[in-house]
Write a protein of this length. Structure first.
Length: 152
């Protein structure tokens, strides 16, 4: 029984360690996605700036149709930059959510482990109490036997 309990505890510890590793991997992946989205937003913003500078250059050169087209491209690039910034923000929020979920799962795992330990302690206490009662009964029985033999 003790070996089974030890094996059970060891299996539980291995499972908890595996869960911790998985949470860490999910957190790292979420953080990487957020960083990638932020880099995309930065790139889109740079594209918008380049297009705006090109429009200014075309205007300075007197090429109105190219300037107008480039201004339109700059607006599109600004919109893409805003969209990419929103995606980056959402990715960061998802990463934060994943971290919070991981922390909650870790706390729940710790709580489960503490409950298992408390349950084991309660079981051991009950066994000890039962053994004490058994020993007291045996002691009383022997005392009665001793008293009965001394009366004879």
């Amino acid at each position: 029984a003790a070996r089974a309990e030890a094996a059970k505890a060891e299996a539980e510890a291995a499972r908890a360690e595996a869960e911790t590793e998985m949470r860490g991997a999910r957190e790292e992946e979420g953080s990487s996605r957020a960083q990638l989205a932020a880099a995309k937003a930065e790139l889109a913003g740079a594209k918008a700036e380049v297009a705006a500078k090109q429009a200014e250059l075309f205007e300075a050169l007197g090429a109105q149709s190219e300037a107008s087209s480039t201004r339109d491209s700059a607006e599109v690039a600004r919109g893409e930059a805003q969209h990419a910034a929103l995606e980056a923000e959402m990715a960061a929020m998802r990463a934060e959510r994943d971290r919070s979920v991981s922390q909650l799962e870790e706390l729940m795992g710790e709580q489960k482990l503490m409950l298992a330990e408390a349950s084991e302690a309660a079981r051991a206490l009950a066994e000890s109490q039962q053994r004490v009662v058994q020993l007291e009964a045996e002691s009383q029985q022997r005392q009665h036997q001793v008293e009965a033999s001394s009366v004879r």
